[in-house]
Each structure stands twice: as structure tokens, then as C-alpha cells.
Design a binder for this molecule. Structure first.
Ligand code: FAD
Length: 362
């Protein structure tokens, strides 16, 4: 069988997971070409900034719910058997305040805030908290076993798994998607198919220029203080664009506290006032973070900002011909790029095989 030459544009969680799953199937020579690679921190590169946890916001019965369901299986396996991937299990508590009904976060979290979300039989130990267990000001809450991913370990781990399977990595900046086949990116000099995993920058890449992809700015603080469990709130008292969550990354990765969800905002520098509000809310929600001593006792590692690639209508997993070139898209996962990563990558790989007219059985 002649090998098919594939270029994956993008080395975020979408590009790396797609390259990894494709590389496990014989018959592909794969190059991952990207402006940013694991180890880089840049406002155009969302993946290093994510928490990241598994907290499905996808609605029951949708493709997105199916992608999330499949991804839990993969993360569960990694957390159980591959500690070097930087993923560990952590208890996750979602706290609901009735006063947040109708707010942007509560709408975004609608499945999470339902008493019977679709994923209650997917994640282990799902339960509704009793009234006696609720913090003051909280009207209801659920608890389940989730995972927290140390992105600084997990992204390089994905690269290593790809390298084992002979995937080639190259730095490249593409102005147009067709350059994937014309810039001498693939060593064969001929490209059969391109997989577009450019995240937010799909809004600017020539041949794609998807104007329905917008930035949702997330500001975070990473601290050395530790917490036992993740906590997420349905809203804050500081406006619709702000959020409150806390999670501890695996293997000494620190505790990530957030956050914000500022649509259309591309500001790369942390806002110091917002940082103070983030820290105050986190300490109020989890006083054990500082042993009741307030935000002065937070030991800050760094402040950060990332942009979630939010797409109207959800993640684009589609194939199309751009000129003579087959393109499979996998971008626009918004705030769910990790928790949907394996499901999306599997769907993209299926389209690659369909486009190249190979019978598929994943
Ligand atoms: P990116 O990581 O942005 O990667 C895009 C890649 O494409 C990069 O390598 C870039 O260099 C390359 N590229 C783009 N354009 C070009 C070009 N023209 N030429 C060459 N290369 C190009 N998700 C979760 O599942 N759970 C969470 O808890 C979570 N928390 C988050 C918290 C914050 C603060 C933020 C910001 C995001 C969070 N997310 C979370 C969302 C998640 O980070 C994103 O959905 C995911 O990282 C998107 O990955 P991606 O690979 O599509 O894009």
C-alpha cells in the first residue's frame, strides 16, 4: 500500500491528539507544522494556558457530548496507567447559586448545573451534595471524580508519543492553507491531505478565514498553595465576564485559579485588578487555600492569559476541498479543547480516511 502524506497544521491539543491517533494507523507519513510548539507561551496558542480539567458543558444528545464521553475513557486510562502523561484524578465540586440563573456562566454551565447531567453515569462517584454539605450562599452542588491535566507535562508527552510513531515536527507559519503543500513542509514534496488544527487563528488563515471563531479571554493565576479538590461556581458577583474555579495540576504543577470569559477581548497582558478579584473569589470559595489567611498568603508562581477559540455552532469537524487539496478541519473547541480532544480527533481521523477513500474501522 502506498503511504499517504499528511500535514497537520497546529501543535495544540487538537493537532497533537489528531496526529497521535492517525499515527497509530499504518500507512501515513505525518508532519506536524506549527508556529507554536509545546514549551512556548503565546497569546495565539491556547493549549498551555488551560487548567485543564474534565467538566463537560456539552448538551445531552449532541456530537459534542459524544466527543466528551469518548474523551473521558481516554483520560481515565491515562490517569490510571500513565502517570508520566501528567494527568491525575481529582474530586470536582460544581456549586450552584440560584442568583446566577440567566448569567453567561450559568447558561454556559447549564448541563453541569442540571441535577441529572448526561455524564452522571460516565464519570465515577457522581452525587448531589446534601443541604448540610453546602457552603453558605450555595443553593445546590454536585460532586464527581474528574481529572486535572498538567498541560506543561501533557503537551510534551503527546509530542513524545507522536515521535515514537515517526511523526515529524516542523516550525512553519502559513499564510494560506494551501501552503501546507507548497512550502516544502512534507519531505516527500507531495501532500495528499491537510488537517487544520489552527484554533483561534483559523479566523485569519487564508483559505479558511472563519469569522465565526472568536476569542474568549481567560485570565488565570497559578499558585504554589494546594487544594484537595476542584471547585467551580455558577457565577460571581463581579459581572457576567468573570468566573471562579480552582484546580490542582498533577505532579507539582501548582494550583490554577481563574478566571474570566471575556468574549472578543485579545488583551495578552494580565489585568492586575482582575487578578485581585480572581484571588479573592478563590480564597472565599476555598479558604483552605491559605488556611484562612486571605490572598496575601497566596504564593504566586505566575499570572497568565489565554484565549479560548470559541466557534459559533461548536467545534468544526468537517472535510472539504480547498482548490485541489483535501482539508479536514478540527478547530474551534472553545473552553473544551482538552475534554473533547480524543472524541474530536477520532472524528477527524475518520474524515481523513473517508477523504482518502480508505475503508475505516476505528
Ligand atoms: P491552540 O492550542 O491555540 O493551537 C493552535 C496551533 O495552531 C498552535 O500550534 C499555533 O501555532 C498553530 N497555528 C495557528 N495558525 C497557524 C498558522 N497560520 N501557521 C502555522 N501554525 C499555526 N479546555 C478544557 O477542555 N478544559 C479546561 O479546563 C480548559 N481550561 C481553559 C482555561 C483557559 C484559561 C483557557 C484559555 C482555555 C481553556 N480550555 C480548557 C480550552 C482549551 O485550552 C482550548 O480549547 C484548546 O487549547 C484549543 O486547542 P487547539 O489545539 O485547537 O488550539
Amino acid at each position: 500500500m502506498t503511504e499517504k502524506n499528511v500535514v497537520v497544521i497546529g501543535a495544540g491539543v487538537a493537532g497533537l491528539t489528531t496526529a497521535l491517533l492517525l499515527s497509530r494507523i499504518p500507512g501515513y507519513r505525518i508532519v506536524v507544522a506549527a508556529k507554536h510548539m509545546p514549551g512556548d507561551y503565546d497569546i495565539e496558542y491556547a493549549s498551555p494556558w488551560a487548567g485543564a480539567n474534565y467538566m463537560p458543558v456539552s448538551l445531552r444528545g449532541t456530537d459534542a457530548a459524544e466527543w466528551d464521553r469518548k474523551t473521558w475513557k481516554a483520560f481515565n486510562e491515562l490517569a490510571l496507567n500513565f502517570p508520566e502523561s501528567g494527568i491525575h484524578f481529582q474530586d470536582c465540586e460544581i456549586r450552584n447559586r440560584s442568583k446566577d440563573v440567566g448569567s453567561a456562566t450559568a447558561d454556559w454551565f447549564s448541563e453541569l448545573l442540571s441535577s441529572s447531567p448526561w455524564f452522571k453515569d460516565v464519570v465515577p462517584s457522581f452525587r448531589t451534595l446534601s443541604k448540610e454539605e453546602l457552603q453558605p450562599g450555595i443553593d445546590s452542588a454536585i460532586n464527581f471524580t474528574s481529572v486535572c491535566i498538567n498541560t506543561a507535562l501533557y503537551l510534551p508527552w503527546l509530542v513524545s508519543r507522536c515521535l515514537e510513531n515517526k511523526v515529524i515536527f516542523k516550525r512553519a507559519i502559513l499564510g494560506h492553507i494551501s501552503e501546507a503543500s507548497s512550502l516544502n513542509i512534507h519531505p516527500s514534496g507531495h501532500v495528499d491531505l491537510v488537517i487544520n488544527c489552527t484554533g483561534l487563528m483559523a479566523s485569519k488563515l487564508g483559505g479558511v478565514e472563519d469569522q465565526t471563531v472568536v476569542a474568549a479571554r481567560g485570565q488565570i493565576v497559578i499558585v504554589r498553595n494546594e487544594v484537595e479538590k476542584m471547585v467551580n461556581l455558577s457565577g460571581t458577583d463581579d459581572g457576567d465576564e468573570e468566573a471562579c474555579y480552582i484546580m490542582a495540576r498533577a505532579a507539582g504543577g501548582g494550583t490554577v485559579i481563574g478566571g474570566s470569559y471575556q468574549k472578543g477581548n485579545w488583551e495578552s497582558q494580565p489585568d492586575p485588578n482582575l487578578a485581585v478579584r480572581i484571588m479573592k473569589r478563590a480564597v472565599q470559595a476555598c479558604p483552605e487555600l491559605t488556611g484562612g489567611k486571605g490572598i496575601e498568603a497566596l504564593d504566586v508562581i505566575r499570572h497568565g492569559v489565554g484565549l479560548r477559540p470559541v466557534r459559533e455552532g461548536g467545534t468544526r469537524i468537517e472535510k472539504e476541498k480547498v482548490g485541489d487539496l483535501w482539508v479536514v478541519h478540527n478547530y474551534g473547541a472553545g473552553g473544551a479543547g482538552y475534554q473533547s480532544s480524543y472524541g474530536c480527533a477520532e472524528a477527524a481521523v475518520r474524515l481523513v480516511r473517508a477523504a482518502l477513500e480508505i475503508q475505516t474501522k476505528l
